[in-house]
Design a binder for this molecule. Sequence first.
Ligand SMILES: NC(=O)c1ccc[n+]([C@@H]2O[C@H](COP(=O)([O-])OP(=O)(O)OC[C@H]3O[C@@H](n4cnc5c(N)ncnc54)[C@H](O)[C@@H]3O)[C@@H](O)[C@H]2O)c1
Length: 307
Amino acid sequence: MTFPVPTLPVPPVSVVGLGQLGGSLAAALAAAGRPVTGWDVDPAARDAAAARGVSITTVLTGVVVIAVPLPDLGSALAGLDLDPDATVTDVASIKGPVVAELTGVHGDRFVGGHPMCGTERSGYEATDPALFRGARWAVCLEPGTDLRRWLRVAEVAVAVGAEVVPVTAAEHDEAVAAVSAVPHLLAAALAAAAGQAGPLTLGMGAGSFTDGTRVIASDPAFVTALVTGNPATADALDRVRAQLDRPWAELVAAGHAVRTATRGRRPVRVPLDRAALLALGRAGGAVTRRLAAFVEGWVPDSPVARG
Ligand SMILES: NC(=O)c1ccc[n+]([C@@H]2O[C@H](COP(=O)([O-])OP(=O)(O)OC[C@H]3O[C@@H](n4cnc5c(N)ncnc54)[C@H](O)[C@@H]3O)[C@@H](O)[C@H]2O)c1
């Protein structure tokens, strides 16, 4: 016998900043038939979003997603008409400093977020409604986070096909320093060293060079903000430097083992409780669906091998 899954009312979403991330989110929600409004300082970005079914307005209600470049986060809602009951979130690539700043402005209405997706392109021309499908989306659970608001933000992420990772801002920054900030720096170093070596070297660059340097084609202002703004970048880079001091055969074997390990998934039900949700995130799992008193998600089958 099957029981109907209780359906929960979904709030409207207002997206401020309709570039790659915000334009993609607004377009994905509109395509899913969700009420979504948007605002951008650039009229061309507003027109592009409107053409994808997004209502353009400065009135912000429901879940308000700030998707502007990092330096503009604190001022992005100034002059806009923010509903006092709205839940405010963001998509910025660093969380500790952003959660501190925006909690100072919005109090417990703010819940930090960061979708782990995006390309080296930027602006509304880079809009892709499929951007979030299958991506992890970190949603911050700080000691003072209102769990009902956390769920509202998580629900928006799930609605566009993402899987939600419950995490503290500090844990987020440590993890993202290793898998995003440091790769951007290594890509820059690879590209700069090949550039110094000269045109023959650059002309020979193929798969491994192209893949290893792709991300440094991103907007330099964006990359600089994400590597310098993350308080954990320096330590994460030191850990990579230490790896490079290992005997090369040993290093290659350790990296290969991590990259090629197959990780199955085991479905789990987790109660709507901060400690239980954070434990799911720490285990490498993610939330895929909300039920009445539980979330459904998965954890890896076996612990990740550490090299
Ligand atoms: N690019 C990525 O790969 C990526 C991935 C995950 C998260 N992020 C985060 O997403 C956020 C946005 O990045 P993006 O790549 O979408 O940038 P983007 O440059 O593609 O888009 C930013 C948009 O914000 C608009 N904007 C700027 N100031 C504004 C303001 N005050 N009010 C309204 N609109 C304003 C711009 O006109 C532009 O359309 C950043 O916080 C970034 O850290 C980016």
